[in-house]
Design a protein around this ligand. Structure first.
Ligand SMILES: NC(=O)C1=CN([C@@H]2O[C@H](COP(=O)(O)OP(=O)(O)OC[C@H]3O[C@@H](n4cnc5c(N)ncnc54)[C@H](O)[C@@H]3O)[C@@H](O)[C@H]2O)C=CC1
Ligand SMILES: Nc1nc(O)c(N)c(N[C@@H]2O[C@H](COP(=O)(O)O)[C@@H](O)[C@H]2O)n1
Length: 226
């Protein structure tokens, strides 16, 4: 069993999620950031790849005091469990994700991660070892489910999102398309990695909802026909 997995990503009108230097950019507007905070508060866990931790140093905390209070009154931690997918244990022990806000953190590493890095991370987070050279995402999701995670939000980046699509581990994709053009053939996109080659392998989506706000468009896509 695995959690319901949904991806939330903000991209430019030309389909980029950052610059070619992988510098964090503001694509969402105020309204979209509030929506992101709400869907984060509604999730049991929120997951990013190590590329995002190194590029953005996110905390992935719930920002609204009201939403945190709602979580507390429902008997939950103020923030969802923060999960980093990090094959080689490269998460800096000083990273905001390990320190900002109360609650549980999990770093998922592969068996290739150096022991001393894993031990250093264990001081701040629970460590899950899954996979030989890269993190086995199916095993990780199974483990998260066993730990009570039923609704998992994935914030990126493009490599992790690709890994999840490639293995058929995504239920929903929420894309905010902002009114900017970033450009650059090497700028990251919502699904990077190697990409599918054969049309029969492409992930098929259906539109659940399309809403205009913040001078952009939010599209919620369901995976598969259903
Ligand atoms: N606009 C937006 O909504 C967002 C933009 N970003 C941007 O994305 C960029 C970072 O993305 P990436 O460099 O692609 O890094 P990423 O955050 O996708 O992390 C990729 C890393 O995850 C690890 N990993 C371990 N096992 C894996 C597996 N089975 N499949 C896939 N990855 C696995 C690998 O070490 C891999 O290098 C930054 O520029 C950041 O600003 C990130 C999140 C959201
Ligand atoms: N939804 C969205 N819109 C944008 O314009 C963005 N740049 C991002 N980036 C993501 O938000 C994370 C920051 O989280 P914290 O504020 O530190 O909690 C960042 O790492 C990206 O995942 N998202």
């Amino acid at each position: 069993m695995r959690p319901f997995v949904f991806i939330n990503v903000a991209m430019s009108a030309d389909g980029k999620i950052s610059t070619r230097e992988r510098r964090q950019v503001r694509i969402s507007g105020k309204e979209d950031f509030s929506r992101v905070d709400r869907i984060k508060a509604e999730s049991d866990a929120i997951m990013v790849g190590i590329g995002t931790v190194l590029a953005d140093n996110p905390s992935l905390t719930v920002k609204s005091p009201e939403l945190r209070a709602e979580r507390r009154s429902a008997g939950k931690d103020e923030h969802p469990v923060r999960v980093v997918v990090d094959s080689l244990g490269k998460t800096p022990p000083s990273a905001d994700i390990l320190h900002k806000g109360t609650g549980k953190r999990i770093v998922a590493v592969s068996r290739k991660a150096p022991l001393e890095k894993v031990e250093a991370l264990r001081k701040h987070a629970a460590v899950i070892v899954a996979g030989d050279a890269t993190v086995d995402l199916a095993v990780l999701l199974d483990d998260l489910y066993r730990q009570g995670v039923r609704r998992l939000m994935v914030e990126g980046g493009g490599t992790l999102i690709w890994g999840l699509f490639a293995q058929g581990l995504v239920d929903e994709l929420q894309t905010f398309v902002g009114n900017i053009v970033i450009g650059g053939k090497d700028a990251p996109t919502p699904a990077d990695g190697t990409g599918f080659l054969r049309e029969e392998d492409f992930t098929r989506l259906r539109i659940i909802e399309a809403t205009r706000f913040d001078d952009g468009l939010l599209i919620r896509w369901g995976v598969g026909k259903r």
